[in-house]
Design a protein around this ligand. Structure first.
Ligand code: GAL
Length: 786
């Protein structure tokens, strides 16, 4: 009936001692709020030993008079990784998973009414625990701490433990589990259901007039209010379950939602951030889901490699982002005890997440593990028993491995640049069941925001190539690329600084070029108008000044290119080499337009070969021209159209741009005949700091709130200056405080920071002093809802 959040006023002690579970412990502990991380870490280059601790959290609360005769249930939504829960010095429960919630009945051990209880939670984050995902190497940091919400639910002795709303078309069926009475007595209680619209959701409709189906485009949500009455008609408990009406079908021909075939276009997400690891509150979880949907234009996310925050998945329900979730694990399968824990994780995952309409598949294998039929028969059987509405998958890198699941889900890392973007299904599996690619790219092409332009471009284009290839294979239901955001990892992986630079965004969720490839796949109504040009146009960035291919990434109808305000060419999607994508990146193949005729006396019939010559010169350089181009040049020379000296001048004028006025490249994107976006590329005259916060109103609800701030060095045309690595100094005043260091250097022209509310309402300012000693500030408001 009533929920009491216990996120505030905890005492945290870094090392466990038995004395710490005692009521009369008198030592000093740190005061903390949840979500909490064992250790605030540096951005990179730190050891995973930092966060491996056997620590303890202590919290006092009084037994309230209204708890008389009730059950008091404690839920910990996430504590990494092994927890022991003590109440008033007695060990009541243990939980061996850092990624699922668990509930402990405190009733029997509560102090008398009005008296103080001591709740102590011992949390062990050592990576040698005999439980998933531990046992061998893991390509992500696993952090430590109670990093999600903790709350009490106060219930009547007989109460509703669980409601599962199953849907088929516009029909639903609710399975209710009653706790606190023997199973054979459950029939004495009456259960009623009332279907309501979910008022807080974006898409709602009154169920009395019409049921609307949940889909990525229109994620309609409903509430089922379930009430439990005793024989005398007294209300004992009620619960609201949010769900959506939708049907899932997965077969050989693809993935169908409500009978409509959907091509999955997703990325993998780790739930980590710089400095605080896993410990980010509700609004930051929501923000990540929004980034994936609106800034990356995705229709799916895989919660690699564990179940993630309910806030995150709730948001996926609300905005229509499909979710592939899976049990914790990474390649390694442990002993019998370890496997039992993994099977329990399947149970917890399915029971805790099965009302989310966004979840379309259960990952019931340890990511990239070997076949183990006996083990995986258990995980599949259990998932099917607990949820008959969703298929199972299990992510493997093995081709032709044993398929006990409903869908063959495969990490296809076959693409390495010059080859096809993905394997056809038949090369991976003979199954007649459905097929999905669950990872690609990642370690095949790590890319930092501060890599050279050609590398960053190649990264973006590799993502486009795989998307294009997947789009061209009807038998592949879609793909989830590796990955959304860079992440801290173990010594065995990453770039030697404990970061895997595999994201299409950096750890602060700043976009790399590849992010625009994803964003541009979605229409402007959803992800905004996208226009991005992959080069600063400075040939000096390239070895021997050979710029190679420059791409226009856009979701517009057409893009007009101008040089010094002279029209050169209008490009449309049909110019893209990525024929299976609606908005494939377009290669710029003309820097000259009609200018050779208009300005240099070249005849119309010679324009094309002359342009080809100049284009080849900028792409390959003088010494590496393809034979065809050399012959073309000799022919033009023989006919007196040009000669080496003249060509050199034209190269200087159109490609080298040496001397004189700086060249201005302008790109204009049009949609529905209207100019919607302009990009101007010309050498920068100045660099300034652009500061953006995705949110500036923080809400103290069940705990503190956090807002992310992005910092970018831009030129006067708004272009990122990727090689500006200057530092900024950060300081907070008022009702907010900084997370992480005060001094932050830009990396690839970008950085970020986080501010956190301090428990009081009011205003707070983040002051940022840039490298030119300019002071900027952003104002935040903090409102208190508790
Ligand atoms: C996969 C693995 C991911 C990540 C990725 C890097 O093999 O499943 O967790 O390590 O490689 O590309």
């Amino acid at each position: 009936m009533s929920r009491i959040y216990l996120n505030n006023d905890w005492e945290y002690c870094q090392a466990f001692l038995t004395d710490l579970v005692k009521l009369d412990f008198a030592g000093d502990c740190e005061k903390v709020r949840l979500p909490h991380t064992f250790e605030v870490t540096p951005f990179n280059a730190f050891s995973t030993d930092l966060y491996q601790k056997d620590a303890i959290y202590r919290k006092s609360f009084k037994t309230e008079p209204e708890w008389e005769g009730k059950r008091v249930l404690l839920t910990i939504e996430g504590a990494a990784h092994r927890s022991e829960v003590y109440l008033n010095e007695k060990l009541l429960a243990t939980h061996d998973c850092g990624y699922t919630a668990f509930t402990v009945d405190l009733t029997s051990q509560l102090a008398p009414i009005g008296q103080k209880n001591l709740l102590a939670v011992r949390v062990d984050s050592h990576e040698d625990l005999n439980q998933p995902p531990f046992g061998f190497v893991i390509d992500y940091m696993t952090y430590g701490g109670i990093y999600r919400d903790v709350y009490l639910d106060v219930k009547n002795p007989v109460y509703i433990e669980d409601v599962f709303v199953k849907t088929k078309g516009k029909e639903y069926q609710a399975e209710v589990k009653i706790a606190g009475c023997p199973e054979n007595e459950a029939k004495n209680y009456k259960i009623t259901h009332t279907l309501k619209s979910a008022v807080s959701a974006k898409f709602t409709s009154d169920p009395k007039s019409e049921i609307k189906l949940w889909s990525p485009e229109e994620p309609y949500l409903y509430l089922l209010e379930t009430e439990l009455f005793d024989e005398a008609g007294k209300l004992l408990d009620s619960r609201e379950t949010r769900f959506g009406f939708r049907d899932i079908r997965y077969d050989e021909s693809g993935f169908y939602l409500n009978g409509k075939k959907i091509k999955i276009r997703g990325l993998n997400r780790h739930q980590s951030w710089p400095y605080v690891g896993y410990a980010m509150p509700k609004n930051m979880q929501i923000e990540d889901a929004d980034i994936l949907k609106y800034e990356l234009g995705l229709n799916e996310v895989r919660t690699s490699h564990y179940p993630q925050s309910q806030y995150f998945i709730d948001r996926c329900d609300e905005i229509g982002l499909l979710v592939f979730t899976e049990i914790p694990g990474w390649q390694h399968i442990g002993n019998a005890e370890w496997k039992d824990k993994a099977v329990k994780n399947v149970r917890d995952m399915v029971l805790q997440y099965r009302n989310h309409p966004s979840i379309f598949i259960w990952g019931v294998r340890i990511n990239e593990s070997q076949d183990d039929d006996e083990f995986y028969e258990r995980t599949n059987k259990l998932a099917h028993e607990l949820d008959s509405t969703r298929p199972t998958g299990g992510v493997r890198y093995l081709k032709k491995s044993h398929l006990l699941e409903d869908v063959y889900t495969f990490n296809d890392f076959s693409f390495w640049g010059p080859n096809e973007g993905c394997l056809p299904k038949a090369k991976v599996t003979d199954t007649r069941k459905g097929y999905m690619i669950t990872e690609y790219n990642g370690h095949m092409f790590p890319t930092k925001t501060f890599d050279c332009e050609s590398h960053r471009t190649e990264h973006a284009i590799r993502h486009a190539k795989v998307l294009d290839a997947v789009a061209g294979h009807d038998e592949i239901s879609g793909s989830s690329g590796w990955c959304a955001f860079d992440y801290n990892t173990h010594k065995d992986f990453g770039s030697g600084d404990y970061i895997c630079y595999h994201g299409v965004m950096d750890m602060f969720r700043n976009p790399k070029m590849a992010a625009y490839v994803y964003q541009s796949q979605e229409e402007a109504e959803l992800s905004g108008d996208v226009l991005y040009v992959t080069s600063s146009m400075d040939i000096g960035e390239y070895p021997a000044s050979m710029r190679g291919d420059v791409y226009i990434i856009t979701n517009a109808d057409s893009v007009k290119m101008y040089v010094n305000d002279i029209f050169i060419k209008e490009y449309t999607a049909s110019d893209s080499p990525f024929k299976n994508l609606k908005h494939g990146p377009i290669v710029i193949d003309d820097y000259v337009g009609h200018r050779l005729v208009d300005e240099d006396g070249i005849r119309e019939k010679d324009l094309k070969p002359m342009k080809d010559m100049l284009f080849a010169l900028q792409k390959y350089g003088v010494d590496n021209l393809p034979l065809g181009i050399v012959l073309k040049g000799l022919c033009l020379w023989a006919r007196g159209v040009t000669n080496p000296n003249k060509l050199r001048d034209l190269y200087g004028k159109y490609i080298g741009n040496w001397g004189g006025k700086a060249v201005v490249y302008k790109f204009e994107a049009f949609r529905g005949g209207k100019l919607v976006k302009t990009v101007v590329r010309t050498p920068a005259k100045s660099t300034t700091l652009k500061i953006e916060a995705r949110r500036r109103n923080l809400v103290e609800e069940s705990s503190y709130d956090v807002a992310s701030v992005s910092l970018k060095a831009i030129d006067e045309n708004g272009n990122l200056q990727p090689y500006c690595q200057e530092a900024v100094f950060l300081r907070c005043e008022g009702e907010i405080e900084l997370i992480g260091p005060k001094l932050v250097s830009l990396k690839g022209g970008m950085a970020g920071t986080y501010v956190r509310s301090k428990g009081k309402g009011g205003k707070g300012r983040l002051y940022i002093t840039d490298w030119q000693n300019n002071e900027h500030w952003l104002e935040f408001t903090v409102s208190c809802e508790n």
